[in-house]
Design a protein around this ligand. Structure first.
Ligand code: GDP
Length: 302
């Protein structure tokens, strides 16, 4: 799995790594080189403040180093990037039964970011760990969305609670799903939600209500915010909007297979103080991996 993660990420990120390494290995590093290093980091969506800080650190370290071999430069860059990507946040997923009840995972995010796909992939991971999983289709705006989730459920062999009526109350579907999970003594109930940001207030009210209604039955253990890495800084705006309504416990960064903007990992963790827990690396059922900061940086520098 990790090797594959590496391969996928190499495809998307190596421009960043090779460019940086080449710049830093040049004989004379003058201000224009530092400007280029900074620009490379900014283009990768690492964010202004972390990019500036990284350039300052590198500049100081290069000064102390004197002559540099490419290996030394690589090691230095790796060390500094790992520090940036891994601010010691807890990346474990709360997916164990607690107080005789299933763990409840609420999955939120804007439409099209890959929420439903993520729920399907994560269900598969949990089933492989011998967990009993139940899905709740609280994206009730389109019957097609609920059906898409049920299809994923069938694919990975887990039941889906859904309503067949377009526009059913999402909170009541979420409630029914958690209730069924409790009755069936499931290990994990994962609830997929709607994400139409066009009506921000309505959506957020709805999401708050979904969470409150679930909490009548069980604690919500994880609120995973799904963000599409290809949208870069937009993801940050979405994250702020969602975190005003629910306490996000983790980020799932999808579509990392198709972008060189993986630097958004750094910006998100820094601004929200929430860890990236999982990454999406493709559309298939096995294309979800735990986020591994060192593997991520190695992929950047490959
Ligand atoms: P939702 O509206 O947030 O539930 O999004 P969907 O789960 O329906 O996904 C939207 C599209 O993104 C679909 O075509 C998915 O196959 C695709 N998708 C989801 N995750 C990934 C990923 O990690 N990589 C790629 N390349 N595509 C993804």
């Amino acid at each position: 799995r990790l090797t594959r993660l590496r391969e996928r990420l190499v495809k998307s990120n190596s421009i960043l790594g090779k460019g940086l390494l080449a710049l830093l290995a040049s004989d004379r590093i003058d201000e224009s080189v530092w400007d280029e290093v900074e620009e490379t980091l900014l283009l990768a969506d690492i964010g202004t403040e972390p990019s500036l800080a990284l350039v300052d650190t590198l500049r100081d370290r290069v000064k102390v180093m004197g002559t540099r071999s490419p290996e030394e430069v690589r090691a230095m860059l790796r060390e500094e990037l790992v520090k940036l990507v891994d601010p010691a946040l807890d990346r474990s997923l709360a997916v164990d039964r607690k107080s005789g009840k299933p763990a409840v995972v609420l999955v939120v995010g804007v439409n099209g970011v890959g929420k439903t796909t993520t729920v399907g992939k994560l269900a598969r991971v949990l089933v492989a760990e011998d967990k009993d999983v139940l899905l709740g289709a609280a994206d009730t705006f389109r019957a097609a969305a609920a059906q898409q989730l049920a299809t994923w459920g069938a694919r990975v062999g887990v039941p889906t609670v859904k309503s067949d009526v377009d526009g059913a109350d999402p909170a009541s579907v979420a409630f029914e799903a958690v209730q069924a999970g409790i009755e069936q003594e499931a290990d994990v109930v994962m609830v997929d939600t709607a994400g139409r940001l066009q009506n921000k207030v309505g959506l957020m009210d709805e999401l708050g209500k979904v969470k409150r209604v679930i909490e009548k039955l069980a604690e919500v253990d994880e609120v995973l915010l799904v963000l599409d890495a290809t949208t870069g800084q937009n993801g940050l705006t979405q994250a702020k909007v969602f975190s005003e309504v629910v306490d996000i416990t983790g980020i799932v960064l999808t579509k990392l297979d198709g972008t060189a903007k993986g630097g958004i990992v750094v910006a998100i963790q820094k601004q929200l103080g929430v860890p990236v827990k999982l990454v999406g690396l493709g559309e298939g059922p096995d294309d979800l991996a735990p986020f591994d900061p060192e593997a991520f940086v190695d992929a950047i520098l490959a």
